[in-house]
Design a protein around this ligand. Sequence first.
Ligand code: SF4
Length: 626
Amino acid sequence: MKGVCNKVLKVDLSQGTCTPEEVPDQVYEYFLGGAGLAAYYLWKESPVGTTAFDPANRLTFAAGPLNGAAQSGAGKWSAGAISPAFNLNSDSAATGSFGIALKQAGYDAVVTYGRADKPVYLVVDDGEAVLKDAGEMWGTDAYETEDAIHSGDGEDFEVVSIGQAGERLVRFANIQTRKKSFLGRCGLGAVMGSKNLKAIAVRGDNAYEVADPDKLKALNSEINKRLVEMDNEKPEWLQIKKVGTAMATELFAPQGNLPIKNYSLADWPEGVEAWHASQYHEKLEITPWPCKFCVIQCHNKTNFTEGPYAYQGKGPEYESFAMMGFNTMCKDVRAISYACELANLYSMDTISLGVIIAFAMEAYEKGIISKDDTYGLDLVWGNDDAVVELTKHIGLRSGGLGYLLGEGTKLAAEALGQGAEDFAVQMKGTEIAAHNWRAQYISALNYATGCASGPNHERGNSQHIWVGHITLPEWGLDHVENEERWEWKKAPDINAKFHDYCNIINSAGHCKFQEFRSYTLSDLTASLNAIMGLDWDTDDLRKCGERMTTLQKLLNVRYGWKWEDDFEWPKRFFEPVSEGPAAGKIPIGLGDAIQEYYAIRGWDNDGIPTEELLMRLGMEEYAAKL
Ligand code: SF4
């Protein structure tokens, strides 16, 4: 098939072998690549009873068919495995150029399994693969690891790596690439650490061959031009190119969509002022740091060189500073950005980290922990320095509290007891992302029903229909009224369509931020047709998304998901706030909405895909192997 390599690299870390494997066309027609290909390899090779740190867990790094196209956003790629946070199917996506380079090296994916008997890293050089000793890298941070590979093996390798948090199995450890993009959620960095795999480096000269190069060129040109124009039309502090996702502060504050004080508030004018995009721009002295081919350019580089927290590196995304800043009530933009960068070095997901630090602050406020537990830190709301220091303790897994918090909010709350579970804002063992469900009930539905990455904002971004005014008209999702934020009527259908959409985009290899500037399902369908030689319309695209969501659900059933798991909501979901635009709003009726979501999907009352659905999607064989 055009646009893909029809080949993956299987890496048995226990045996120290690297073996290419052919992949049939039908796998790409069903699951495209990226997140879909990672789920396919879990289905194919990780049987019932496999858990996150089991050598049988397949950790797959996968490119998508769009990786290689000169189209804005076409650098997204994914990894997937059973998550150490919740022991179910999970995947996470990053940008940079790793996916593009992987295909240039001759593979759509690297499927890792087993466990090396000592630290290793994998080098894939134009089709040839070898495992190398990573003894000297072990114990270094993720960026130092990338530097060591660049100086030892070659500057032109694209690298993914973990830092100390991944090695030490922090359950929300991430994986970085290019010092600016991250497989953030679900703890995939800890899976990598459990396999004694410190890094992967890839490069090659394989040509990117597509079915209709002229058509793709014309599409790229038209799409890229339109995206730039749309961004330029926005007011200064809402332009992604100017401030990246920091524009979200201004957008979300009037909606009550921000996560504040461990989600106990939804309104904080002082914090909104401190974290306004203009402050972000000025205090961090940012410049754009885009991914290859991207015209949207959300990534920023900080350039401030004075003060205790000076660093030049990744400017935090909205999700990062919202959880590490708003959720802890910290206003020092430089200190919190520095804490986010520390998390990047150690390789920790800043969403989970922000939730767990806020959780620790609330435990401190309630007297469940004291200075005796916090290394002497005064863990009060708004203490920026304490956030920086606690980040170090968690990332390095210091004994005591730092170690405990590295287990994630759910396990930490259970260990602390004394009512701590009441303010642990997590579902299925994963911390909730930076969209406040009180601003749009669909966020609660999305968090409860996600099949790929627990309560994740980006793996089922149904809130975007309100918070970003994103519609999917080709699938019948047009304008919604503002008041409908707090109604359930349309929410299950919207949620199902956005889950399928996210699965497609993370499998195709495209960055969702383009959608904020007019990228459509028709654009994506036309691009996939030109690349892969398909003849799809947008209904075929939907069917592909349904297949992926169904596969993920089947995997979860295999690994022990139960109906009750979707119904164990954080207590905080039903604690109203008294101030701001979301005052008094709680998602009463969530249970009925979940059941309605199952029905719309073609799942039975227990949330299991029905025979009828499996037959319609041509997936009977996938259900047979549970
Ligand atoms: S919008 Fe941001 S993350 Fe997406 S491709 Fe562009 S720079 Fe990378």
